[in-house]
Design a protein around this ligand. Structure first.
Ligand code: SAH
Length: 386
C-alpha cells in the first residue's frame, strides 16, 4: 500500500552518531550475513543472538565468550539500542505505561498489565493510526509512520529491562504474554510486525510462544491468512458492530472489507480449532451497539467460527462522542452471549488513571498539535459568535 511505503520512508535508520549500526531488529539470517561481512564465522551470530535476546546484554565488553578482539570490533561497528523513555507512568492498579521516544523524536506507547497468572505487554505497531475508528483516541491522531522491527522488538526489551527479566526466565514471568493491541493497525505494517514477532518467538532468545501472542486487527482481510500461516499467533478482531451500516460508521475500514468478507477470512484462519479460537472484541457503547438484539445478532454472526467474545466497556477520553454502556446493559449482553455457549469475559479497564486503557493511547506530541487545533477552533467559534 502506498501509505505504508510513505510511512516507512519517514523512519530514521538506526545508526548512531558515530555511524555504528543497530543490531536489534535484525533477523537471524541478517545477523549471520552481517557476521560474514565482518569476516566472522556464522556461529558468531548464534552467540550474539544469545547475548542480545536471552541475556539482554547491551555492553559488548561483557560478552565473555567472545574474543577480546572481536568484542572490540563489535564495539567499533555496532550498538545495541533501546527506545528512549519520554514518560514512565505507574497506575495504582499496577499497570505501567511508557511513552517511548524513537530516534526521530516520534512517540508511541507500551503498556504492561500484571495479572495473577500472567503479565501482558500491549505493544504498538505504528505511531498514530490511519483507521479513524470513532470511539478510539489513537484514531484521532494522524498516522505519522510505521514502527520498524527494531522499534517493535525494542518495546519488549525495554519492558524486560524494567522488569528485571534477563536472562529469559523459564517460568513465572512478569512478561509472559504479548498483545499487538497498542497504537496502530498491525496488519497495515505486516512486514515489520512479522519480523519483530519472529524475533520475540525465537526459542533461543526472548522465547515467548505464539500461543501467548495475540494480534488484534480491525479487519484487514487480505492479510489475515498470512498472519495465521506465517506467524501462527492468536487473532483478535475488533468487530464492535453486527451490521455493515453501523460498522461502516464506527469502524470505517468496514467500507473496504465488509462483515461478510471478514467472516469468510476468519472461517479460513490457519490453525483454527476449538482449542485455538478467534477472539471477537466488542466495545460497549451506550445506546449504540449494546442492546439484547445486538447480542443475539452477534452470536448468530460468529456461529461458524470457533470463537471467544471479549466485551470491552468503552473507555472515555477527552472529547469522545460516546458513553460507556451501563453495568446492567453489559451484564444482559454478556448473559446472552454466555448462554449461547461462548465465554464472554468483560475486560476490566486497567490503567485508566494514566490513560493506558484500551483506546486511550495517543502520543503527547500530536496531542499538543490537536490541542492547538482545538484552541484555534474555539477562537474560530468565538469569532463567528462575535
Ligand atoms: N488496530 C487494531 C489494534 C488496536 S487494539 C485493532 O483495531 O484491533 C485496541 C482495541 O481497543 C481494539 O479492539 C479497539 O477497537 C479497542 N478500543 C479502541 N478504543 C476504545 C475505547 N475508547 N474503549 C474501549 N476499547 C477501545
Amino acid at each position: 500500500m502506498s501509505i505504508e511505503k510513505h510511512a516507512d520512508s519517514l523512519a530514521v535508520p538506526a545508526v548512531d552518531a558515530q555511524g555504528r549500526r543497530e543490531l536489534i531488529g535484525l533477523s537471524r539470517e541478517e545477523l549471520e550475513a552481517l557476521m560474514a561481512e565482518v569476516g566472522e564465522p556464522r556461529f558468531r551470530a548464534r552467540q550474539l543472538w544469545h547475548w542480545l535476546y536471552h541475556r539482554g546484554e547491551r555492553d559488548f565488553s561483557r560478552m565473555s565468550n567472545l574474543s577480546k578482539d572481536f568484542r572490540a570490533r563489535l564495539e567499533e561497528k555496532f550498538f545495541v539500542g533501546r527506545p528512549g523513555i519520554a514518560v514512565d507512568l505507574a497506575s495504582k492498579d499496577g499497570t505501567h505505561k511508557w511513552v517511548l521516544e524513537f530516534n526521530d523524536k516520534q512517540k508511541a506507547e507500551t503498556v504492561h498489565i500484571p495479572e495473577e497468572d500472567r503479565g501482558t505487554l500491549c505493544v504498538s505497531s505504528q505511531v498514530g493510526c490511519t483507521l479513524t475508528c470513532k470511539f478510539c483516541h489513537t484514531g484521532t491522531q494522524r498516522l505519522v509512520r510505521n514502527l520498524t522491527a527494531d522499534e517493535i522488538v525494542g518495546q519488549v526489551m525495554m519492558a524486560r529491562d524494567h522488569l528485571g527479566e534477563w536472562p529469559s526466565p523459564k517460568d513465572g514471568r512478569l512478561l509472559s504474554n504479548i498483545v499487538m493491541m497498542g497504537m496502530g493497525e498491525p496488519l497495515y505494517n505486516f512486514d515489520n510486525v512479522a519480523k519483530a514477532l519472529k524475533i520475540v518467538m525465537d526459542g533461543e532468545g526472548i522465547a515467548i510462544s505464539k500461543r501467548r501472542i495475540t494480534l488484534s486487527t480491525a479487519g484487514v482481510v487480505p492479510l489475515i491468512e498470512r498472519c495465521g500461516a506465517e506467524l501462527g499467533v492468536n487473532l483478535a478482531v475488533s468487530l464492535h458492530a453486527v451490521n455493515d451500516e453501523l460498522r461502516n460508521e464506527i469502524v470505517p475500514i468496514n467500507k473496504k472489507y465488509p462483515i461478510k468478507e471478514l467472516m469468510k477470512a476468519l472461517e479460513n484462519y490457519p490453525g483454527l480449532s476449538n482449542a485455538r479460537r478467534i477472539t471477537f472484541e466488542y466495545v460497549m457503547l451506550k445506546g449504540v451497539n449494546d442492546s439484547p438484539a445486538d447480542a443475539r445478532a452477534l452470536v448468530k454472526l460468529i456461529s461458524k467460527v470457533p470463537a471467544k467474545v471479549n466485551l470491552i466497556p468503552f473507555n472515555p477520553w477527552p472529547g469522545a462522542p460516546f458513553e460507556r454502556s451501563t453495568p446492567g446493559a453489559i451484564r444482559d449482553f454478556s448473559d446472552i452471549v454466555f448462554d449461547a455457549g461462548y465465554s464472554s469475559p468483560v475486560r476490566t479497564p486497567r490503567g485508566e488513571d494514566i490513560m493506558a486503557a484500551c483506546g486511550q493511547l495517543k502520543s503527547d506530541s500530536v496531542k499538543q498539535r490537536r490541542s492547538e487545533r482545538d484552541r484555534s477552533a474555539v477562537a474560530g467559534e468565538a469569532g463567528e459568535a462575535a
